[in-house]
Design a protein around this ligand. Sequence first.
Ligand code: TXA
Ligand code: MG
Length: 317
Amino acid sequence: MGQTTERLYPDRVGLARATSLLRGGALVAFPTETVYGLGADARNGEAVAAIYQAKGRPSFNPLIVHVASVAAARSFGKLSPAAETLAAAFWPGPLTLVLPLVPGAGLSPLVTAGLDTVGLRVPAADVAHRLLHAFDGPVAAPSANPSGKVSPTTADHVLQGLTGRISAVLDGGPCAVGLESTIVDCSGTPTLLRPGGIPVEQIERLLGHPLAKAGDSAPVTAPGQLASHYAPAKPIRLNAMAREPGELWLGFGPQAGTADLNLSATGDLREAAAALFGALRELDSRPGTAIAVSPVPERDLGRAINDRLRRAAAPRA
Ligand code: TXA
Ligand code: MG
């Protein structure tokens, strides 16, 4: 934070600069045909944590992973026959497909908020395509606006909200579509999670049947709540200062020297955010009756970490 934000242009020099910033774990906003995205290397947990920090998002929602081609998408998500049909028709374009995650593909668990599905998209905008091609890896990107503000469709909008909080914005002019991608969950029965740039009617005509709607089986109140939340099988005990018999202890900070795992021994919130979902999964797989978690300060990324820990600790049906 407090950094200068570079405005880059999509010429050879600007694209090379954007690519090297992304490789170094920095945040670069870039234009897609829908809205500007706030991009980070999807394999780098701390870079992904920095996205939440820059946006001031109080919770971890799964992020869309942007790739250059359908072939690249296949290395991160498993495409069902319906997903293949939609990808062939609408990629590159303003469609996001939620797919079962390919295990071991190298995405940070923070990108999927610990879920075993991943939202993938091949954007059509020329600048996005050239950036993804040059970077040659998966780019996690939510819309490039501070949490609670409208999505940006020009580089000036991005700078108005995020100057000093990100390394650069790649200025490719205004976005052609101007509203977010349509999201279809193809991890089971094809289900509409969010209407957007591709009309639902076109999708339904192509599939030959109506899409299930996210609200059909569970109430949905806001886009951020569309995704189910990752929760470990073991009960979670919050604000633990020590381990009780049978428990596994997930520590935070130097006070938790004897913890089974420590989110960050130095108390660094970005490191802790990057480690959170992987650590919960790891402890869930070890023998023990419960997972006790050290207190995490309720500031900066700590708010999002605590939000997820509280959800994981909440009684389940
Ligand atoms: O057009 C767009 O989609 C833009 C550009 C930048 O690509 N991105 C965007 O991202 O709108 P964001 O973070 O503002 O919205 C992403 C939505 C969230 O509501 C999230 O819950 C959903 O996608 N999503 C992502 N991965 C998911 C998953 N595995 N399961 C369910 N929902 C997912
Ligand atoms: Mg958004």
